[in-house]
Structure formats: C-alpha cells, structure tokens
Design a binder for this molecule. Structure first.
Ligand code: URA
Length: 162
C-alpha cells in the first residue's frame, strides 16, 4: 500500500521517518505500529498530537521483508518527499533516525553525531530549521537513549514556542 502521510498538512512541525513497516503497510498510515505508539508519546510529551504535526517517510512503500531501502530506491523517492516538505512548509523539520537524516540533511555522519543539532534545510524557496533525533524503533531497542531524545524534544518545543 502507498503510505503517504498522516496528521495536519498545516502543521508547524513535520516529522520524517525511513519507510513504512508491516503495520503501516496494512493500515496505509505512517507510524501506527509499535514505534508509532512511542512516537505518539514522544510528541505528546511536548504537548503535541497528530492534529498538530505532519508525519511522512522518505520512502512511501514498505521494502519487502522490512529490508533497508537501497540507495537507488532512496534517490528515486527523494524528489517526492522534498516536494512534500516544500508544500507543507513547516517551521521545524524533524528527521527520525539515520536514513532519513542522511537522505534529507545531506550528511554521512551517524545519528550519534547528527542528533540534537540545528541545521538549515533548504527547500529551494526557503530555509527551514531542521533537527535530527533518534528513530523511535531505535529507542525501543535502546531505551537508555530516551534521555537524549528528551533533550531533542525540549529543543524542538522551545523553537516552536517562539
Ligand atoms: N518506521 C518508519 O520509519 N516509518 C514508519 O512509518 C513506521 C516505522
């Protein structure tokens, strides 16, 4: 199934993950499985819910067997997510995990180095403040990083407050 997006296209904050998993493929919506439940709690911790955020993925289809998307698949899908970001035009763009961060923020560094730092994302028309944080699926495997993820969420809340 095509998993296009969920949430509010007028939102001030847009979150972008990697690709749908099994649950997302079944429902046709991003982040509805276990990691999605955690993502809901993460945004809930800073007073947001799906009526106040917009959620999409770099790749809108589930890679067979949940394999990592190939670099070619990512390149093919990149213009579409870029255009989606341009149209939603959020105040803050959040990349969830390594693949989304590397694809959208043009870095080859790992999430441990990229997370929590404000960057500029250029839509071609405007510069949007962007920040990387851990993917919720990663936090489910490594809960000790939730503390750092909380720092990132606080930083995001602070920027949204102005
Ligand atoms: N993981 C992602 O990156 N995206 C989803 O939609 C679900 C799980």
């Amino acid at each position: 199934r095509l998993v296009f997006a969920d949430g509010n296209p007028e939102a001030r904050i847009m979150l972008v993950g990697e690709a749908p998993g099994r649950d997302e493929d079944i429902e046709g919506l991003p982040f509805v499985g276990r990691s999605g439940k955690l993502l809901d709690r993460m945004i809930g911790a800073i007073g947001l819910d799906r009526t106040k955020v917009y959620i999409a993925n770099v790749i809108p289809w589930r890679p067979p067997g949940n394999r990592t998307p190939t670099p070619q698949e990512t390149q093919i899908c990149l213009p579409f997510i870029r255009r989606q970001i341009e149209l939603v035009d959020p105040d803050v763009l959040v990349t969830l995990g390594n693949p989304s961060t590397q694809a959208l923020l043009g870095t080859t560094e790992g999430i441990m180095r990229t997370r929590g730092k404000w960057r500029d994302y250029d839509t071609g028309k405007r510069t949007i403040r962007a920040i990387a944080t851990f993917h919720p699926a990663y936090l489910l495997r490594s809960p000790s990083y939730k503390r750092l993820s909380w720092q990132d969420l606080r930083a995001i809340a602070t920027v949204l407050a102005v």
